[in-house]
Structures are given as structure tokens and as C-alpha cells.
Design a protein around this ligand. Structure first.
Ligand SMILES: C[S@@+](CC[C@H](N)C(=O)[O-])C[C@H]1O[C@@H](n2cnc3c(N)ncnc32)[C@H](O)[C@@H]1O
Length: 300
């Protein structure tokens, strides 16, 4: 985006209006390989102008200020370099809530709404369910559950301080910080063994190490590999959670694990082999893809 001079703008009518910047940016991001160039453009331009996306369309003929144009130029350059839009603007919507994100946390995915939806369906039959979200990252699962179930008691664990800090900030933003206990540690190991939960839920890292190289550059080059890398076949953490969860679940309590759609068979086998679970089932997302493995702890 080379800025025309004021004289050129006046004489040629080529001023950088909202419409012109949008058209230019959509075409540019499309050339640079974005699969959602219009949405990216709208979010970035609304951010640069400090307005809602809808206001872009009601202010098509506004000319951008020098500051707005400079901000937009930088954002577009970074986006063209595959930086995710959510990191550029600092937030992502998940389960109709806005979550602060930065390069230290995985960007919450629509796929993960499946585990929240199913978890809340189970939890709504319980008066004050005790729920733990293991590997909380931005806190999107724990916080969405606490916001949508007034009496749920929620614990959230995370190995990395930097991520845990974002989760705490998000819980404050959504006014549930007093209802979620955040613990730093490796999977469930930071929880006192006498704590017994109705639901152990997790979206752990589950990408097979070798597959990380095949991910979109937006993910591979910018999102934390510590949030993605699930070891040789992707089940390093899933398998540990299946082994450890029975120690933290009440009889009949639920284990709910997000996984890659192609991992369903492998995860069901691990649950089966463990022998301490019943009623194992695979839950699918709206597109019918396997997303969540769910099983109940057998009574001792
Ligand atoms: C796939 S991300 C999920 C984040 C968030 N729950 C979500 O659904 O968007 C996995 C998270 O697990 C954290 N993590 C990785 N290894 C861990 C471990 N051993 N114990 C606890 N958390 C871990 C990562 O830092 C990352 O935040």
C-alpha cells in the first residue's frame, strides 16, 4: 500500500478510503494465500480504525488518517507473512465470548466448542459439578464452562506460566476468576489426589510430531509447538490422561478428551485397554467429524 500524496489524492480522486483499502487488502491477502481474505481484512481494518466491522460498510467513503494507514500497513504486512489475525488483534471469539490471546497460547478453535457443548450438556444435570480442564491454555474451556454453568466448581491446569497468566486474565475479564482455581503443573499432577471430579476434560497437544511440518504456515510458524506436539503418534498426553484420570474421577465420572478426527480408533483402544472405563463413545462436531472421546469411570 503505497500512500499517495495529498495533492495526488485531491487531483486524482484516489484517496485511501475505507472501500479502496478494503478492496486492495482483500486482493493482496488472497495473493498471499489467506483462505479468508475478506474476513481478515475486515477484522484488521476495524482494529486499525478502532471501530466495529459493520461500521466499515457504513463509512465506505471515509479517508483513513495517516495513523490508521500506517497501522493497517503494518498489520497487512504481518498477515501476509502468515501471522494469525487473532495474534495481530489480540483476541479470538470462542463460544460467543472474547478471549485475549498472544503467541504464548493456542488460538481457541471452533472445533473445541464441541467439547464445551457436550460437557455442559452432561453438567447441566448436576447441581454443582466439579470439573477440571487440563491443559487450559487461554482458559477457553474452563471459562466457557464457568460462564455457562453458574454453580460449577472449576479447576484449570497448565504447564506454562505464560499461558496460565493469559487464562487468569481471561477469567477476570469474564468475571469468573473467583470460581476457577488455576494451577500450574504437568497434566493432573498438581491436583491433590483427594480431589475427586465429576468431569475431567482436556484438549491436550495431540498433533503427531512429524505432522507439525505439514500444518498451515499460520499455525506452524506462529502458534506454540508446546501446545501442538503430542509426540510420535500424537497420543503422548492423551494416553497419560487416560492412565491418570481414574485417580481423580468419582465413580461414574466422565473423562472427555479432544483429539484429531483420525485418532478416534487409537484413543478408543487406549480407553479399552485401560480397563477402568465404561460407556466409551466418540462425539462428533457439526460436520460429523470425530472430535471428542468420552468415557465413564467404572465403580471400583
Ligand atoms: C492444544 S492446547 C489447548 C489450549 C486450550 N485448552 C484450547 O482448547 O484452546 C494445549 C495446552 O496444553 C499445555 N500443555 C502442554 N503440555 C502440558 C502438560 N504436560 N501439562 C499441562 N499443560 C500442558 C500447552 O501449553 C497448551 O496451552
Amino acid at each position: 500500500m503505497t500512500a499517495p500524496t495529498t495533492q495526488q489524492e485531491t487531483s486524482t480522486g484516489d484517496a485511501w478510503t475505507v472501500k479502496r483499502v478494503m478492496d486492495w487488502t482483500v486482493a493482496h491477502l488472497q495473493r498471499k494465500g489467506s483462505d479468508s481474505p475478506r474476513l481478515d481484512t475486515e477484522i484488521l481494518l476495524a482494529h486499525a480504525r478502532g471501530c466495529e466491522r459493520i461500521e466499515l460498510y457504513t463509512h465506505f467513503n471515509d479517508v483513513l488518517t495517516d495513523d490508521e494507514r500506517a497501522t493497517m500497513r503494518e498489520l497487512v504486512q504481518r498477515r501476509a507473512n502468515h501471522e494469525p489475525v487473532a495474534y495481530l488483534v489480540g483476541y479470538r471469539e470462542f463460544y460467543s465470548l472474547e478471549f485475549e490471546v498472544n503467541k504464548d497460547v493456542l488460538i481457541p478453535r471452533p472445533d473445541t466448542e464441541t467439547i464445551v457443548l457436550e460437557l455442559l450438556e452432561i453438567a447441566k444435570t448436576m447441581a454443582s459439578p466439579k470439573i477440571v480442564d487440563v491443559c487450559t491454555g487461554s482458559g477457553c474451556i474452563a471459562i466457557s464452562v464457568a460462564v455457562n454453568h453458574d454453580t460449577a466448581e472449576v479447576v484449570a491446569t497448565e504447564l506454562h506460566d505464560v499461558a496460565l497468566q493469559i487464562a487468569v486474565q481471561n477469567s477476570e475479564k469474564h468475571e469468573v476468576s473467583d470460581r476457577i482455581e488455576f494451577l500450574k503443573g504437568d497434566l493432573l499432577s498438581c491436583i491433590k489426589p483427594e480431589q475427586q471430579f465429576d468431569i475431567v476434560a482436556s484438549n491436550p497437544p495431540y498433533v503427531a510430531t512429524a505432522d507439525i511440518e505439514t500444518l498451515e504456515p499460520t499455525v506452524r510458524e506462529h502458534e506454540p509447538h508446546t501446545a501442538l506436539d503430542g509426540g510420535a503418534d500424537g497420543t503422548r498426553y492423551i494416553s497419560r490422561l487416560i492412565t491418570d484420570a481414574p485417580n481423580y474421577l468419582k465413580d461414574g465420572g466422565y473423562l472427555m478428551l479432544e483429539m484429531g478426527s483420525e485418532q478416534a480408533g487409537m484413543v478408543c483402544e487406549l480407553i479399552d485397554e485401560n480397563g477402568q472405563f465404561s460407556d466409551a463413545q466418540i462425539l462428533t462436531d457439526l460436520a460429523g467429524r470425530s472430535r471428542v472421546a468420552c468415557a465413564r469411570k467404572k465403580p471400583a
